[in-house]
Design a protein around this ligand. Structure first.
Ligand code: PMP
Length: 355
């Protein structure tokens, strides 16, 4: 920290993204990216938009918004596009949390939430998940806080049914509930259809996972138009050009190739079943993930050591050091070929250790 860095950030612990080492070609199963390239239309639309990069992008994302709203059956002023869904989540912390409206989220969830609370200097409460990592819905009933729920949750992959989300919404009518649906397309129920019923609901989604656009940085928030107006106030007070023109064009291409997205999600669900089955055969335990990753531990092999040994062999998975989950690893569901490389290496590591 330089002597010029504002004291207001003295205790800010920045988010650590999944590693992207460049020293060798890894089988990369650590950041929940799609193993499939962007759709043909996404690629060609982005290339075409590159010819006009001398101009600022459309701050209102007009064409993308129209395409999306028509497809998802919501009004154009009920959605805001952002620079990845992290951007939308940050706006939610800025807009809907303060001393009177502290944030609340699970103790085991997306690691960016506590960073956003520190960045925006808002108090927060971590609500422990049950021993089996499920959300105890009663813990969220009438708590009078701004609630963030990743559904499915990360890194566990476990989803809540919409009936539970509705219970939480109904019991906190004077507080905003943000449902972070980064992984919803791989097998959970989306709450987007509820935004007309609950004026305290914000749903965030991303193009980074199911839609193969992690590097394009495109996310969105969907909510009652008043809430979207609040989020827009913050966007126009920070960076009105937060979604580049190439990304807006790529996003339209993705939406015009919905079938491609659906097909890829089906393959990931199939590969997830394959991965969990094979891991079980090797003695692993895992949560019931409906996401594009599996959260698994071996009762007789240390999670941190497995991560290191796999990395040495060119396979990257994600290990978290937090006490409650340090025995586990989060493994992105890749192609069948990638998973076989992973599984072969795990077999070797376990047999070398006599497990
Ligand atoms: N929410 C969750 C639960 C995530 O795991 C991620 C990805 N790290 C995000 C939001 C943000 O993803 P992006 O900014 O790429 O949309």
């Amino acid at each position: 920290m330089s002597r010029f860095f504002s004291g207001k950030y003295a205790h800010l612990e920045a988010y650590t993204p999944g590693e992207q080492p460049k020293d060798m070609q890894y089988t990369k199963l650590n950041t929940n990216e799609s193993p499939f390239p962007p759709s043909d239309k996404a690629q060609s639309f982005a290339a075409d938009a590159s010819k006009r990069l001398q101009l600022y992008c459309d701050p209102e994302c007009t064409a993308l918004t129209a395409e999306f709203a028509a497809l998802y059956g919501i009004a154009e002023d009920e959605v805001l596009f952002t620079n990845g869904s992290d951007d939308a989540l940050n706006f939610c912390f800025m807009a809907f949390c303060d001393d009177e409206h502290p944030a609340a989220f699970a103790d085991i969830t997306y690691g960016f939430y506590p960073v956003f609370t520190q960045l925006n200097r808002v108090p927060y409460e971590e609500i422990p998940l049950s021993d089996d990592f499920t959300v105890n819905v009663d813990d969220y009933i009438g708590i009078g806080k701004t609630i963030f729920i990743a559904n499915p949750n990360a890194p566990t992959g476990i989803a809540l049914p919409l009936s539970d989300i509705e219970r939480i919404l109904r019991s906190n009518p004077d507080n905003i509930v943000i449902v972070d649906e980064a992984y919803v397309d791989f097998g959970a129920q989306s709450a987007v259809g509820l935004i007309h019923e609950y004026d305290n609901l914000v749903v965030t989604q991303t193009f980074s996972k199911s839609r193969s656009l992690a590097g394009g940085r495109l996310g969105m928030a969907m909510a009652d138009r008043e809430l979207i107006r609040d989020l827009n106030t913050l966007k126009y007070s920070t960076n009105p050009y937060n979604v580049s023109s190439m990304t807006q064009a790529a996003g339209i291409g993705v939406l015009k190739d919905e079938e491609y997205t659906r097909k890829n999600c089906a393959v990931i669900a199939e590969n997830r079943a394959y991965l969990t089955q094979q891991l079980e055969k090797l003695g692993f335990e895992h949560t019931d993930s409906v996401s594009n990753f599996v959260f698994a531990k071996h009762p007789r092999f240390d999670g941190g050591e497995l991560y290191i040994k796999l990395k040495e062999r060119g396979v990257l998975i994600r290990h978290f050091t937090k006490e409650r989950i340090k025995d586990y690893n989060r493994i992105t569901v890749g192609t069948k070929e990638q998973l076989d490389i992973l599984l072969d290496n795990i077999k070797d590591i376990l047999s070398e250790a006599g497990v």
